[in-house]
Design a protein around this ligand. Sequence first.
Ligand code: ADP
Length: 334
Amino acid sequence: ERLVGASADGEEQAVEAALRPKDLGEFIGQEKVREQLDLVLRAARARGATADHVLLSGAPGLGKTTLSMIIAAEMGAPIRITSGPAIQHAGDLAAILSSLQEGEVLFLDEIHRMSRPAEEMLYMAMEDFRVDVVVGKGPGATAIPLELPPFTLVGATTRAGLLPPPLRDRFGFTAHMEFYAPEELERVVHRSALLLDVEIDADGAAEIAGRSRGTPRIANRLLRRVRDYAQVKADGVITRDVASAALKVYEVDSRGLDRLDRGVLEALLRLFGGGPVGLSTLAVAVGEERETVEEVAEPFLVREGLLARTPRGRVATPAAWAHLGLTPPNAAAP
Ligand code: ADP
């Protein structure tokens, strides 16, 4: 796993659990989403009803799981957590749905990766709180209707556009989570440092925030690594110098690029004069698989405005030359 990767494995999620905000007030940033969700939940509570189904879209590590837990906490309801890939058959979903308690929150991560039959079962469950369980096979098969208690589905997906419209339309409230601003990530870092009992100053937090790719999960992960460095190599206090020295060891640069990202940019600039160059050629030059370059390195480089994908190939932007401290070949002599 990359230090700047946005996904977490099970082990990391356990470490993260301690850092999760417990209510909307503690949740940093995403002002619009928080304000809207607050209204949805307050109104449902006032009516004594179960909250509408909620769809959360956004990149990994932006707080979708955390928000689903907050929704449950704010509603005083239990929560069940599962994911699209874990639901292979409609029967898997029927088993989960039929065991829900009244008002329970069902968090379905990567909802766009559910199987088709499960998805169709979910339509009816969301709308009518009912499923048809098919018993038997062939001509003798019968559908037995099963009533479900009202529940709140919280679906999470990287992009709402990945969902079939009939599924998307069944959510009463859809929220898109944006990448976080540096100031918001600074607050995330300060809050986590407090919980981890680590001393950090404002510059130290800013340094970590600036390298965290707009993503709280990455901010928390970098903080843990910098804390290790501060304990071993410094007096335990995280300052700007300590944070930069630590992240130099881990090869995460001032903008949050790691070795792979920089390798791609450097090849593009040094070997191909900034492009355009085809993806395959670039991948060979970096010594990586095409998919790795395209799916792992490029999205962040594109988002940062360092690389552009054009019909003729990959092209570096002026910002890429500046970031690596190199001069474009056709730049006017000073
Ligand atoms: P996702 O489900 O979108 O992948 P998570 O909800 O698991 O993301 O969040 C990843 C980590 O980042 C968690 O440790 C969580 O505490 C932290 N985090 C996410 N969003 C926020 C936020 N708005 N404020 C504080 N911490 C956050």
